[in-house]
Write a protein that binds this ligand. Structure first.
Ligand code: ZN
Length: 123
C-alpha cells in the first residue's frame, strides 16, 4: 500500500497528527502493554513521517521495563495515538484506530512477539 498522508486524532480531539506511512501490514503486539491496549498498529515508519499538528502538550509519556520505547497517550481521554518503538528509537508506529477513514477491523493483522524483547519476566 502506498504511503498516503493520513490524519489521526485521539478520542477527545485534543491531539491531532498526520503520518505519511502505510497501514499494512498492520500488527498487534503481545507485550504486556499492547496486550492490555489491544490496539492495531501501523508498520514501523521513520520518526520524520509523523507530524503532531496539535496537542503535543496534551500527550503524556509512559515508559516501562527497558524504558526505551516511548508510549504516548492523551492525558484527557486516555487514548494512545502512537509510540516510539523499543526496536529502534527512530521508528514509530501509530494506532490505526486513531486514523481517519480507516476501519481497523477490515485489516488482516499479525502478532509481533514484543514480549520476547522484554528484559524482565512477564513484561
Ligand atoms: Zn484526547
Amino acid at each position: 500500500m502506498s504511503a498516503n498522508v493520513l490524519k489521526g486524532s485521539c478520542h477527545c480531539g485534543a491531539v491531532k497528527f498526520e503520518i505519511r506511512a502505510p497501514i499494512e501490514p498492520a500488527g498487534r503486539c503481545n507485550c504486556s502493554l499492547c496486550r492490555r491496549k489491544g490496539a492495531l498498529m501501523t508498520p514501523l515508519f521513520p520518526a520524520n513521517e509523523l507530524t503532531i499538528l496539535q496537542g503535543e502538550e496534551d500527550l503524556t509519556l509512559y515508559q516501562f521495563n527497558t524504558r526505551v520505547a516511548k508510549h504516548y497517550f492523551c492525558r484527557h481521554c486516555g487514548i494512545y495515538p502512537f509510540h516510539q518503538t523499543r526496536k529502534d528509537p527512530l521508528l514509530w508506529r501509530a494506532n490505526i484506530g486513531c486514523l481517519e477513514g480507516i476501519d481497523p477491523y477490515t485489516l488482516e493483522a499479525g502478532v509481533a512477539n514484543g514480549a520476547s524483547l522484554s528484559v524482565v519476566e512477564d513484561a
